[in-house]
Design a protein around this ligand. Structure first.
Ligand SMILES: Cc1cc2nc3c(=O)[nH]c(=O)nc-3n(C[C@H](O)[C@H](O)[C@H](O)COP(=O)(O)OP(=O)(O)OC[C@H]3O[C@@H](n4cnc5c(N)ncnc54)[C@H](O)[C@@H]3O)c2cc1C
Length: 241
């Protein structure tokens, strides 16, 4: 393990935490700075594989890495922002709770397909606390003429936070865990109001991603290209990706 850590320390660039704040009861915002961030070719929706095991000793391989979405990037100043939820109480949650300004963060970039797609006229954003920063950056980068609808939920509404610029473009709902029936009844109200070509982004709880993917395909007959899903966590697993 130490051998692996030494290699990763060399491969992954050290980035410094320059800001840290608790932005809701269970969410931390951290801002990370590094010269390399100035040169990244970035598309909203890219995320980081953070080597939490490199700054926290005694973690097993299963807990070594966690994925976090880039909430905002400032290429002029070489900074990026993450919003990390802690209600999982796992190693990622403990890692962010313990981090301090001046600490190093080690990460690699991941691109994936859950990224900005400007090809539609109207968008529906569905997700929980873990996916909120990801949905914010996509929404913020859509052209102003796009219609945006949303179902953002958490078990306690005060856990949800506003976007990094202080705006709140989304509708927040207080719902229990895995609220598939409640979400589907809201989808039924929203979809008829969506104009032109439509895209749905679904992120967060894997159970919701699977059930809604099926619903949009089979019940609403949407083309798979219109349905963008990304499971961020699974009740039976630790970490994902
Ligand atoms: C592409 C991608 C991007 C992601 N971006 C973000 C992000 O920007 N911010 C963020 O907070 N997370 C994000 N996640 C989730 C993150 O990677 C971790 O899975 C999450 O933080 C839990 O890690 P942990 O080590 O704290 O808990 P784990 O050890 O992984 O899990 C402990 C327990 O908590 C449960 N659990 C995990 N997450 C939740 C949750 N949200 N609510 C309730 N129970 C949960 C697990 O099922 C498990 O039972 C992302 C995941 C992916 C795949």
């Amino acid at each position: 393990m130490n051998f692996l850590k030494n290699i990763l320390h060399k491969v992954l660039k050290g980035n410094t935490i320059v800001e840290k704040q608790k932005i809701s009861d269970v969410v931390y915002w951290i801002r990370v700075k590094n010269e390399n961030i100035k040169n990244i070719e970035f598309v909203p929706g890219y995320f980081l594989r953070v080597g939490i095991g490199l700054t926290k000793e005694s973690l097993t391989m299963k807990d070594f890495v966690r994925s976090y979405s880039v909430w905002n990037i400032d290429k002029t100043n070489g900074t990026l922002d993450l919003a990390i939820a802690t209600q999982s109480n796992g190693s990622g949650a403990k890692w962010v709770e313990q981090r301090q300004i001046g600490d190093n963060v080690y990460f690699s970039w991941k691109k994936g397909n859950f990224i900005l797609d400007e090809s539609a006229d109207s968008y529906l954003m569905i997700g929980d606390l873990s996916a909120l920063s990801h949905l914010y950056i996509i929404c913020r980068n859509l052209s102003k003429n796009k219609q945006v609808e949303s179902i953002i939920y958490s078990q306690h509404i005060k856990e949800l936070f506003t976007d990094i610029d202080g705006t709140n473009p989304f509708n927040f709902f207080e719902l229990p865990q895995n609220p598939i029936n409640e979400i589907i009844s809201k989808v039924k109200e929203i979809v008829p109001k969506m104009n032109g070509k439509k895209i749905v982004y679904i992120g967060g709880d894997s159970r919701i991603c699977v059930a809604l993917n099926k619903y949009f395909k089979q019940e609403l007959n949407w083309n798979p290209k219109q349905i963008k899903t990304k499971p961020f966590w699974n009740p039976d697993k630790k970490g994902l990706e």
